[in-house]
Structures are given as C-alpha cells and as structure tokens.
Design a binder for this molecule. Structure first.
Ligand code: GTP
Ligand code: MG
Length: 324
C-alpha cells in the first residue's frame, strides 16, 4: 500500500510514465496528449496510432496515468476516509472559519474572488502565516509558497501578523517562499516546477497564487482571445487542483472581479471564465466590502458546505472577527 502511494507520487507528468522517452513524449505532445488527464481518458488505439507505440504499451501507460490520478471506483468508505484526512488552516476569524467548514482545506483549491481592496491579498498573507501554527492552534506546522503576480506581497504584513500570533517574525518570514510571476507563461512554468520543490519539502502545505487571473486578463484581452485564454487558464487551474490532491496541501487562488458585473455585461475582459472559476473543482468564496474595515464573505456553490454569509474584519494585526 505504501509502495503504491510512493509510485503514484513519482508519476507527476507524462514523462514520468514508464516507457515514455523523449521521442514518444514529443509525439504524444504533438498529438495533444500532453497531460496525464488526456492520456488517462484516451483510447488505447488512438494513443497507439498517435504516438507510434505498440497497443500494449499504450494500454499500460493509460493504466499508469489513471493510477497516478487515482481514477478508479472507490468504496464510499474510502471516500469518507479520504475526506476525514482533509486538514484545515485557520483564517484567524472564527466566523470565516465557520463559513469554510473549519478553515481553508487541504486537497482542495479555494478561490477568493471579489473587487479591488476587498481583502483577498490580506487573507492570503494571513493563511501564509497561519499554516505555520501548530495543529492545536489551527495550523499545519507547515510552510507556504506564495506566487505573487501583482507585486503586492508585503513582508511588513507578515511580520505584523506573525507577531500578533506569538510567532517569531523572522522565522515566519523564512517559512514563506515568494516568487514574482511576470507573465502567464512564467506563472505556468512556476507551477509546473513547483512539483519538484514540494516533493523535496513535505512541510509545504499551502500554495497561494495572488492573483491567478490578472496576467491572463492582461495578455489575452479582447473577445477574439477569449477561447485561447480560457483553455490555457483551465489547464493551469487543473494543474493546481492536482497539486493539492496529490500532495495533500491547500491551494488558494485569488480572482479580482468587478463589484458590479452587470455594468460591464458583455465585456469579456471583466472576468475570466465568468465571475468565478466555476468550471474547476474547488471552493469559491466571494469577498465583499462593507462598512469600514468590515468585509463580508459568502460561500458560493460549495460541494459540501452550506451557502451562507459571514462578516469579518481586516485589522492592523490581520484578519479577525468583526467586533459587534
Ligand atoms: P486587489 O488585489 O486590488 O483586487 O484587492 P484585494 O482584494 O487583494 O485587497 P487587499 O487584500 O489588498 O485589501 C486591501 C485592504 O486591506 C485595504 O483597503 C485596507 O483596508 C486593508 N489593509 C491592508 N493593510 C492593512 C493594515 O496594515 N492595517 C489595516 N487595518 N488594514 C489594512
Ligand atoms: Mg490583492
């Protein structure tokens, strides 16, 4: 059983499949079989023809891809056990944790969407600190990886939030690795390379992409680019989801949307993939501005959580419950 898990973790991309050398890899890629998902759902005949490999080899790599992605019938009991092993990271607001069913979940991608200044980046900072807390304080004694696409990552905020929780600020900073992504290709490449980093350091329990959509929106503006943008973004998001599932970590992405989408109806640059990334599995939370430092979080079509709204606040020391 442990060996099987090891084996599954070893296979992360197409090139990890046994018998896929450089030549076969380029044939597969050319034919559009560039991901494990694509291979997992291919027919052996098609794959064999496309890659010029024997049918038996095609059958074997399809099976390997399915095993790696854990695509198989499971008993409901297994599913229940998997769900029970999901861990949670506190947001430092009991109300917000309550909305999330206890906190930000591992094995899941959580999308925070909302207008500018709604607090998406502040929440990302807070959980990058909180993931470091011991489990009894709502953390995972872990580390965070922060992919910053807008240049809004601030060490001062990390220091303030860490001190307030009794963590050594310097240590808190050293447990967060941040990288600036300069464009979509760079952002995608970073996520592709993350697998190696995460495989080497099992303390990494949180990956943040703030914002996941801004480069896509800037580079693929205009209606004529919408389909290409969507396809590229989808692949990127699915890769993030898979990272969360394979390594049992939390992935949190942000997505800025207009406060009043109705005003911009029909403009494809307003939001990528509609107003939320609804086509990708995960949890979606809308953050709205309220009076002063108050914010409203709303759960949107969560698979296993009730819909609802809560109020929290953004303070000098981070995310907290709103005072009455
Ligand atoms: P965009 O990235 O522009 O879409 O916005 P966002 O949703 O990421 O907003 P962000 O998390 O940057 O929230 C900004 C808000 O957080 C500001 O309007 C402030 O109200 C609040 N904020 C940021 N830093 C501090 C701070 O040090 N103290 C307090 N009290 N509030 C802060
Ligand atoms: Mg932000």
């Amino acid at each position: 059983m442990a060996d099987q898990v090891e084996e599954k973790r070893r296979i992360k991309t197409v090139k990890d499949l046994a018998g896929v050398g450089q030549a076969v890899l380029s044939k597969l890629t050319e034919a559009g079989y560039s991901s494990l998902e694509a291979i997992a759902v291919a027919s052996p005949q098609d794959l064999s023809t496309a890659a010029g490999i024997p049918l038996t080899t095609a059958q074997r790599i399809i099976k390997e891809a399915r095993d790696a992605l854990d695509i198989r019938f499971k008993t409901a009991l297994e599913i229940e056990q998997e769900r029970a092993s999901v861990k949670k990271i506190t947001t430092s607001s009991q109300a917000l944790d309550g909305l999330l069913g206890g906190g930000i979940e591992t094995r899941t991608m959580t999308e925070l969407f909302g207008e500018f200044g709604s607090g998406k980046t502040q929440i990302c900072h807070q959980i990058s600190v909180n993931v470091q807390l011991p489990p009894e304080k709502g953390g995972l004694a872990g580390k965070a990886l922060y992919i910053d696409t807008e240049g809004t990552f601030r060490t001062e905020r990390i220091r303030a939030m860490a001190s307030a929780l009794g963590l050594d600020p310097k240590e808190a900073l050293s447990n967060i690795m941040s990288i600036r992504a300069i464009n979509t290709d760079h952002q995608i490449a970073i996520v592709e390379e993350l697998q190696d980093l995460i495989a080497k350091d099992d303390r990494i329990k949180l990956v943040v992409v703030d914002s996941v959509t801004s480069h896509f929106r800037a580079e693929y503006s205009g209606r004529e680019n919408l389909a290409a943008r969507q396809q590229k973004l989808n692949r990127h998001l699915h890769q993030l989801v898979r990272l969360a599932e394979i390594y049992d970590l939390a992935v949190v992405v942000t997505n800025q949307v207009m406060a009043r989408p109705d005003m911009f109806y029909g403009d494809p640059t307003v939001a990528v993939g509609g107003h939320t990334l609804y086509h990708v599995p995960g949890i979606r939370v809308q953050i709205k501005k309220s009076r002063g430092n108050r914010r409203i979080a709303r759960m949107v079509d969560a698979p296993h959580l009730p819909e609802g709204e809560v109020v929290f606040s953004i303070t000098n020391v981070g995310i907290r419950d709103a005072e009455e």
